[in-house]
Design a protein around this ligand. Sequence first.
Ligand SMILES: [Zn+2]
Ligand SMILES: [Zn+2]
Length: 116
Amino acid sequence: MCYHKRIVFLCSHFGWAHEIRPCDTQKAFLDGSQSKECEIMCAHPLQSIRVQANCKACAAKQMKTDTTMCTVKDRLRALTETVARLQKAEEKEAEEELDLDAEAEAEAFLRIAPPV
Ligand SMILES: [Zn+2]
Ligand SMILES: [Zn+2]
C-alpha cells in the first residue's frame, strides 16, 4: 500500500496526486523484481491538498450549465433589444403616423414574453 497525496476538489470529490511513499510492492515493481504495480493507494493524512477548482467531471457539468445560461442570456438580450426597438418605435409614433409593423411586433412580443 502506497501513500499518495490526495487532491480534494471544491466539489468535494477527490483525486490522487503522485505518490509520496512507495511501499515494498511498488519498490519491487520499480526495480523490476516484480511485474505488478502496487494498486492500493492510501491517502496520507497530512498530505491532502485542497484546490479551489472542481474535478474534471464536475467542471464538464459546469461548462454545460454555463452554456445553458448563455442561451438564456442570449434570449434575454434579444428580448431587451426588441423592447428597445419598440420604445423607439413608440417615440417615432408621436411624430409620425402609426407604425403598423411596430404594433404587430409589440403584439408578438407580448405573446412570447414569459410570465414573470
Ligand atoms: Zn503500495
Ligand atoms: Zn467533482
